[in-house]
Design a protein around this ligand. Sequence first.
Ligand SMILES: Nc1nc2c(ncn2[C@@H]2O[C@H](COP(=O)(O)OP(=O)(O)OP(=O)(O)O)[C@@H](O)[C@H]2O)c(=O)[nH]1
Ligand SMILES: [Mg+2]
Length: 312
Amino acid sequence: MKDLVTGLLAGKVRPLAKAITVVENDRSGKRELLKEIYPRTGNAYLLGITGPPGAGKSTLTDKVISKLRQQGKTVGVIAVDPSSPFSGGAILGDRIRMQQHALDDGVFIRSMATRSHLGGLSKSAVDVMHLMDASGKDVIIIETVGVGQDEVDIVRIAKTTVVVMVPGLGDSVQIAKAGVMEIADVFAVNKADREGADKLFSEIRAMLDMIKDKDKPEIFRTVAVDDVGIDELVQGIFAHGDKVVETGLIQKKIAEKAESELRAYLLDSIMERSTTMTDYDEIVKRVADKQITPMDGVDEIFAGLGMTIKES
Ligand SMILES: Nc1nc2c(ncn2[C@@H]2O[C@H](COP(=O)(O)OP(=O)(O)OP(=O)(O)O)[C@@H](O)[C@H]2O)c(=O)[nH]1
Ligand SMILES: [Mg+2]
């Protein structure tokens, strides 16, 4: 364990890979490992990239990695639950799309097909992020498919969140519905080589004008496959990061991140303990049979766990 931690903190590739396996598979030693490295985290630039399936997030990530490497920065990538029907066998798709970095020791890419059973960004994704952070990666990119809760979670974790949009997926109402207006720090209108990109650009701008009078996210046009617009996007990302630090918003973000992590562990730990209780199924059945309310069921579970709830 000591060697593992030392190697990891020194930025070595194999200890990092090994540590990730420990965390992902919930192996013994995970707790101790995280405890050792946790104080050494918090230095990486956490960059969220989210958007609908097949929007070109991985292709874009691949190009962003190249720019960051040119700037001498080391990069970690976590692709959470890549599940797009577009790339069919998405993890393989990610490998192919980012394989030019496979032999680069300054880049570490991990695809994870895991998701917390409660939905949202899985704990292990966050723990893997900590490992990469502690191993000294300058930038960690977290790619998530933007459907539902993940987007909200990534926003609580990342310093900057890029929302990737593509023409042809629907009108402005859908943009608004998806909730992306609230979470985007930077927009990338990708596949700008396609028809409808200008229209999408204007729609996003109009929507932002409607809901925000200051701190409007910048919108960039990109053609990820052709490496077009990536320089500007990367500049825009770091400009946002600078602003977050200048305005002091970073403190709020750090606190939110901690709370979000704590919450994930809290919920998981309660669920884990509850569902392994002997009479858990029995309680579920009684709720189904309308013998008790879900609220009473929770009281019984908590009582079974030796916890008491004060009436509020
Ligand atoms: N025309 C065009 N195609 C693009 C562009 N960027 C990506 N693509 C293509 O879009 C498809 C999906 O790209 P990915 O990078 O896998 O998209 P993704 O958002 O990561 O997909 P998932 O992670 O599976 O949701 C691939 O066939 C890419 O080659 C672009 O700018 N223009
Ligand atoms: Mg992808």
